[in-house]
Design a binder for this molecule. Structure first.
Ligand SMILES: Cc1cc2nc3c(=O)[nH]c(=O)nc-3n(C[C@H](O)[C@H](O)[C@H](O)COP(=O)(O)OP(=O)(O)OC[C@H]3O[C@@H](n4cnc5c(N)ncnc54)[C@H](O)[C@@H]3O)c2cc1C
Ligand code: FES
Ligand code: FES
Length: 1312
């Protein structure tokens, strides 16, 4: 492990004067001069003034907010514009129009200097715990829409902005759904967030809103008139521009001024001066190296009059290059006379997220496309629209070129060439009919994802004849967007027939050719014919119309609106346990005041660390140096390795500088004496590089598979499945802060799920006794298993550095490093043989599973039993397996939510589908036949099976069948598939069984003299609602005293952070049962307290209030602090969780896009401790599973280095990818003696239910393949296919036929 530690130099506080309102400190210079030399802005109504000379112009707004201001609600998660955690409201005042413009921006990309005279509002500025939360915070809390809370402040601001936007009209349900469309959440599954947003809509029916804690018709009021003041009055008087030319940052106000500046710079450039033109600066989200580059001068071009206007002329519209994409959209929508503009605007709404479009400019986009081959949408659609560009070149002067010439020309010279305006012509006045359409295929339908390919077509048509056309394609792995001139010429003057279109598509294939090395190359090219076909289809002259409907083309439809239902049982037997109480601290999370590790203010002299990760799978590190000619940030103090720890250091720096330096590090590797690395499981087996699996962790075989095989009518032998990895994508990356303390002790604040193990690891690495280490964890911004073992090196590295340097050291691992270092799920190769009867009854299953554990063992030993635990959900007759835990030289794998279990369930479904296909039976029939009876369940799960009445799965299977209308929908799907050729649907019902085990967990309950209660538990609050359940349990267990006031006891209970010296044996938080275990421990503590307090009640002889009782106990020195360690009963420590899901999907055969139309879930929560929390876990886990099965591509290079290492390439689900209709019913399954108040787990098992989406997709693909076979005149044998995981768009399309359009046209002409 290698860590860089850097001295930190914070902005000298005395150089920026802060004060509230108008009451700021005067400095010596006159106000006028000072203003021209200062940045003045407001944050949450507070005035800030910074001496411009003291600001590094590359400082982002986020850096200032988080590290220089008291406002920490803005969170850093991706740092590249892809997640929305850092969103703030930016407000600008126009002194001429005297109005305030409010819009969201991503503060991680916005430069601080850009916000001169602007006002910033963060979530805590909307409302907070001191002045009262904002209605948005209360609604997010009441709709149970915040789990770990790391995304919630960003969600709050995005929603607030959407409400402001709708001020003139009414906020609609449609707008509500889009309000947070670019914001990522990894916990909730979005449904409750969307419902909280919808609760503000004027056209919503309150009854349609999802499960919430508000009484009917009593939502916390939102008075739009009493809005937060986003722009304080005092700023309005201070609208002065910065004196251009005096500083590294300058803001010219006119082209003339800019020219003077640039010419000056050009002269200076002969001695090496570097200049950067800045508009929105959002391009640095993609070109991240740009941030590390040093520029002598930053020229802000957004204030140049001529470049920020939109002018409608006789021939079209001229748009200033710095006009933001949002403003372009708004303007284009206004110009109704030109229908094409509406389509352009609609396409632009799919560019990035709203908070990027609000600051990113049209010109910036085109320059990225022109200069750096950015896969732009703007370039493609404007190319088809016939746009041209006005350029001011320092060498050539003013010139106007077509967009095509602009794109084809040599790359614009850095700041020598300036794009001034873009012109889009009107087309509507020409005599012919105008067709215009734009297309894009991207992993997320509504934006926030680059396109695999985009296209835009314009055609002038008369009497169905194409007079001429412009066909533009881009983003497919091309240098820039292109026009397919050959095809344009071919089509011009032609009537469109199938044959003409066929020929055009053949020609197209020669033009739309991605560059070598482009990902999904064949898929990208295959999209072009589909879009072209779609565009011209309406013009096709069909010689012989068909009666069977095959000639009709389904037009692309917008996504259906989201809707949902929740059936949640409330169980008051153990009140307040069982109540759907809102998550403890949810409003605090929404306002952003909840403190995560990186929110803890940096102690004096704090150093920042960054990891230099290895890029080689198996090598010795010979040395680390910095890249030649690189500018290593000032104050880089040391590169720390396990053996090299220098002392000293004077200054202080920032996390960014630490990251920059780590990026600049050059690692010299040595591989000479080493064997070649082991990079595959097959290689590991060949070289016997295996980890031993302890016998007690090795799952047990069931029955005799040889016998089972011999009883089978059919056998499938040695079929193979491969599964890849999945990254955690918690919103808060790995982080720790280590502070050396007296007497060689150390305190480490760690975002981890395993404080006890972090504790031991720190003590061992520092070589100090454990009583000198203290690990503190208050809350974690999402863990999902990734902050168990993988949090240990981060905390330990900080501790090692802090100990050696005797200075506090903190690290907040950046997203890319986190993705590369932390890794994810275990990839595996499965080979199986299965025997079955002709009825579909399976008689034997034999498996060989090779698991890639990576270079170290970690917790990989748990994976085999987890796989089998979930796979045994069906009665396989007999079951045998051979596991090999392969030790490769790849990254060590981590246990991610439902580790092994999700693979186990998938393997089971893949086998079922294979059996069904080979028998030509429905997979649902095979599933039903092989569901367990209680007897077979007991055979497969032994004691874990519990009592017969606890086995609810088979009745749940039927119950969900009825409530989801399964059979009827199967017929509807069949009909749909018969009458649609370009879209196919599939529906699947999938059961799950998920064994969990209880673990020892400690707790302590202490009553303070005022009757308030403090609870400590071993479990960590990761967003799963552990604290909330624990509070409820303490309320219930102390409430058994039945004195006055115990009903409101929950409000007096506070659960506090985990501290490993205060609460030992904390164990780890994971495996879905920590909430139950922590509740059980708290219950034991409360029982002790109750025993101690009861005599006082008895003595009092009559009713006594809680506060009185506690006063008496204090007076009589009764011990009011009790601690205990809950240890589960010997057998069984395991129990089974059950659930069933039905999912229906629709696939688009042209793009391979899958839309989850509906999911119905039935989940057995036992007697839920808190059904609102469990509902959140069910929905959130399901959507995370959806990511695994459908979206998240974990792609590595040949040496195992992650390539999909950012939000640009790694796509977790967003609002637009969740089921459009999402129904969840929680089953209250009665009394269970051995469980904590009869409750069951909910954290991980529901993730497996997402397999239903994958299975439904396979059904739909099967239909598409049937059709393709029919067109090609091939028989059905190809229906035995496997749908890989994740079933991304390219995967689905490939299975449906990359040449599907060509095949269709061929078939059509053959039947005509
Ligand atoms: C998360 C995210 C997702 C995105 N998704 C998409 C997408 O799906 N499709 C798509 O098309 N785009 C997408 N974009 C790109 C986005 O549209 C651009 O980042 C934005 O338009 C750039 O504008 P800007 O004002 O921020 O440019 P800046 O970052 O300020 O500038 C970009 C570059 O151009 C130079 N420059 C800027 N203006 C001019 C000018 N007038 N003359 C000369 N040089 C200039 C700058 O010096 C810089 O080198 C995405 C961006 C982000 C961050
Ligand atoms: S942190 Fe800014 S968008 Fe992710
Ligand atoms: S609550 Fe949204 S990321 Fe955790």
């Amino acid at each position: 492990m290698v860590i860089n530690v850097y001295p930190l130099e914070s902005l000298p506080v005395e150089q920026f004067v802060t004060a509230t309102g108008r009451d700021y400190q005067p400095v010596r210079a006159t106000r006028q001069i000072r203003e021209k030399m200062s940045l003045v802005f407001a944050i949450n109504g507070q005035r800030f003034e910074l001496a411009l000379s003291s600001v590094d112009p590359s400082t982002t707004l986020l850096e200032f907010l988080r590290y220089q201001s008291p406002f920490k609600s803005v969170k850093l998660s991706c740092g590249e514009g892809g997640c929305g955690a850092c969103v703030v409201l930016l407000s600008r005042y126009d002194p001429v129009l005297q109005n305030v413009e409010d819009f969201t921006v991503s503060s991680c990309l916005t430069l601080l200097c850009s916000i001169n005279h602007c006002s910033i509002t963060t979530s805590e500025g909307l409302g907070n715990s001191r002045e009262g939360f904002h209605t948005i915070h209360n609604r997010l809390s009441g709709f149970h829409a915040s789990q770990c809370g790391f995304c919630t402040p960003g969600m709050s601001v995005s929603l607030f902005s959407a409400l402001l936007d709708s001020s003139s009209s009414e906020f609609t349900v449609l707008e509500a759904e889009k309000a947070v469309s670019g914001n990522l959440c990894r916990c909730t599954g979005y449904r409750p967030i969307v419902d909280a947003c919808k609760s503000f809509a004027a056209d919503v029916d309150i009854e349609d809103l999802g499960f919430n804690s508000f009484c009917k018709n009593s939502l916390p009021p939102f008075d739009s008139e009493k809005r937060v003041c986003s722009f304080p009055e005092f700023l309005k008087d201070e609208m002065k521009s910065i004196d251009s030319g005096m500083h590294r940052w300058c803001s010219p106000g006119s082209v003339e001024e800019l020219q003077r500046l640039l010419q000056g710079a050009r002269k200076a450039n002969s001695v090496g001066l570097s200049v950067k033109l800045v508009a929105g600066n959002t391009s640095t989200g993609y070109y991240k190296d740009e941030r590390d580059r040093h520029y002598d001068k930053y020229v802000d071009i957004t204030r140049i009059r001529e470049m920020k206007e939109i002018r409608e002329t006789q021939n079209g519209v001229e748009i200033g290059a710095v006009v933001t994409i949002s403003k372009v959209i708004a303007a284009l929508k206004e110009i109704r006379v030109e229908k094409m503009f509406g389509k352009l605007a609609a396409h632009m709404e799919k560019i990035a997220a709203r908070f990027i479009r609000n600051f990113g400019s049209i010109g910036g986009n085109l320059v990225m496309a022109q200069r750096k081959q950015f896969p732009s949408d703007m370039a493609t659609i404007l190319l088809a629209a016939g746009a041209s560009v006005n350029i001011m070149s320092l060498s050539r002067g003013l010139e106007k070129v077509t967009l095509e010439q602009f794109l084809q020309g040599p790359p614009l010279e850095d700041y020598y060439d300036l794009v001034l305006t873009i012109e889009i012509p009107f087309w509507h006045h020409r005599s012919s009919e105008l067709l215009f359409e734009t297309y894009r295929a991207a992993p997320r339908p509504n934006g926030s994802a680059l396109a695999y390919l985009n296209a835009a077509f314009l055609a002038q048509v008369k009497d169905r004849m194409v007079i001429n056309c412009r066909l533009a394609f881009g983003a497919y792995g091309t240098k820039h967007a292109i026009r397919c001139k050959e095809v344009e010429e071919f089509l011009s003057g032609k009537l469109i027939t199938d044959n003409v279109l066929s020929e055009a598509i053949t020609l197209l294939g020669k033009s739309v050719v991605p560059q070598e090395g482009t990902s999904n190359l064949a898929y990208r090219s295959s999209l072009a014919p589909g879009f072209l076909f779609n565009f011209f289809h309406s013009l096709i002259i069909t010689e012989k119309p068909s009666s069977n409907g095959y000639y009709h083309l389904d037009q692309p439809k917008p996504l259906p609106m989201l809707s949902s239902s929740q059936h949640v049982p409330i169980n008051d037997e153990y009140f307040p346990v069982g109540e759907p109480v809102t998550k403890s601290g949810a409003s605090l999370q929404a306002s952003g005041e909840a403190v995560y590790v990186d929110d803890i203010p940096a102690p004096a002299n704090c150093l920042y660390g960054a990891f230099i990760y290895s890029t080689k799978p198996y090598a010795k590190v010979k040395g680390i140096s910095f890249k030649e000619n690189s500018v290593v940030p000032d104050g880089v103090l040391a590169v720390i390795s396990y053996k090299d720890v220098p002392k000293g250091g004077q200054n202080i720096d920032t996390q960014r500088h630490a990251d920059t330096a780590a990026n600049l590090a050059l690692v010299e590797y040595e591989t000479e004496d080493l064997e070649p690395p082991i990079l595959s499981v097959e290689d590991a087996v060949k070289k016997s590089s295996l980890f031993e699996i302890y016998p007690f962790l090795y799952p047990q075989q069931v029955g005799d598979t040889s016998k089972g095989m011999s009883e089978a009518d059919h056998r499938i032998i040695s079929s193979e499945i491969r599964l890849g990895s999945q990254y955690f994508f918690y919103m808060e990356t790995q982080t720790a802060l280590a502070v050396p303390d007296e007497d060689s002790s150390i305190v480490v604040y760690s975002s981890c799920q395993t404080p006890q193990y972090v504790h031991s690891s720190v003590a061992a690495c520092l070589g100090i006794p454990e009583n000198k280490v203290r690990i503190i964890t208050r809350r974690v911004g999402g863990g999902f298993g990734g902050k168990a073992v993988k949090a240990m090196p981060v905390a330990t590295a900080c501790a090692v550095a802090a100990n050696k340097l005797q200075r506090p050291v903190r690290t907040y691992v950046n997203r890319k490093t986190d993705m590369i270092m932390t890794g994810g799920r275990h990839p595996m190769k499965i080979t199986y043989s299965v025997g079955f009867k002709s009825t579909g009854k399976i008689t034997a299953l034999e498996l060989e599973i090779l698991i890639d554990a990576g270079a170290t063992l970690g917790l990989s030993m748990l994976i085999p039993s987890n796989i089998i635990g979930a796979l045994k959900k069906y009665n396989w007759g007999a079951l045998s397996f051979d596991f090999k835990l392969c030790k490769t030289n790849l990254l060590s794998k981590a246990i991610m939510r439902a580790p092994g279990d999700v693979q186990g369930t998938y393997i089971a479904e893949a086998i079922i589908e294979n059996v069904a296909s080979s028998l030509s039976l429905e997979a649902d029939t095979i599933r039903k036949i092989n569901l367990h009876t209680y007897d077979s369940l007991a055979l497969f799960y032994k004691d874990g099976a519990g009592e017969p009445h606890e086995y609810t799965l088979s009745s749940m299977w039927d119950k969900l069948g009825v409530s989801s209308n399964f059979e009827e929908r199967v017929s509807i799907v069949r009909e749909f598939n018969e009458s649609n050729i370009w879209r196919k649907r599939g529906i699947s019902r999938v059961p799950i069984i998920y064994p969990v085990s209880m673990f020892a967990t400690p707790g302590r309950v202490s009553v303070l003299s005022d009757g308030t209660v403090v609870v400590e538990v071993g479990g960590i609050e990761l967003g799963q609602g552990l604290w909330t359940k624990v509070k409820q349990m303490a309320g219930y267990a102390l409430g058994l005293l039945q004195c006055d006031g115990t009903e409101e006891l929950v409000d007096k209970i506070r659960v506090v952070q985990s501290d490993t010296l205060s609460m030992v044996q904390g164990n780890f938080t994971g495996g879905s049962t920590t909430s139950e275990g922590s509740c059980a421990a708290v219950r034991l503590c409360c029982e002790t307290l109750v025993k101690r307090l009861k005599p006082l009640i008895e003595k009092s002889g009559g009713p006594i209030s809680w506060n009185n009782l506690i006063s008496q106990a204090y007076a009589q020195s009764v011990n009011l602090s009790a601690s205990d360690l809950y240890t589960p009963e010997e057998t069984p420590t395991q129990y089974l969780n059950y659930g069933v899901a039905v999912s229906e999907v629709e696939i688009d055969l042209v793009t391979g896009q899958t839309t989850v139309l509906q999911t119905d879930i039935l989940y057995d929560s036992g007697k839920s401790l808190n059904p609102a929390v469990d509902l959140g876990q069910i929905e959130g886990a399901f959507v995370q599973g959806l990511g695994f099965f459908m979206l998240e591509e974990y792609i590595t290079d040949s040496e195992g280095l992650l390539l999909t290492d950012s939000t640009w390439t790694y796509k977790i689900p967003t609002v637009d990818t969740i089921p459009r209709q999402f129904n969840v019913e929680i089953l209250n399954s009665g009394h269970h003696e051995k469980r904590v108040l009869s409750s069951k787990a909910s954290g991980e098992p529901p993730l497996l239910l997402a397999a239903s989406v994958h299975c439904a997709t396979r059904e739909a693909v099967k239909e598409a393949r049937k059709q393709l076979r029919m067109w090609k005149g091939v028989n059905d044998s190809e229906l035995m296919f496997q749908l890989p995981v994740p079933a991304t768009m390219p995967v689905v399309k490939e299975l449906c036929g990359l040449d599907i359009v060509e095949s269709y046209l061929e078939w059509k002409s053959s039947v005509n």
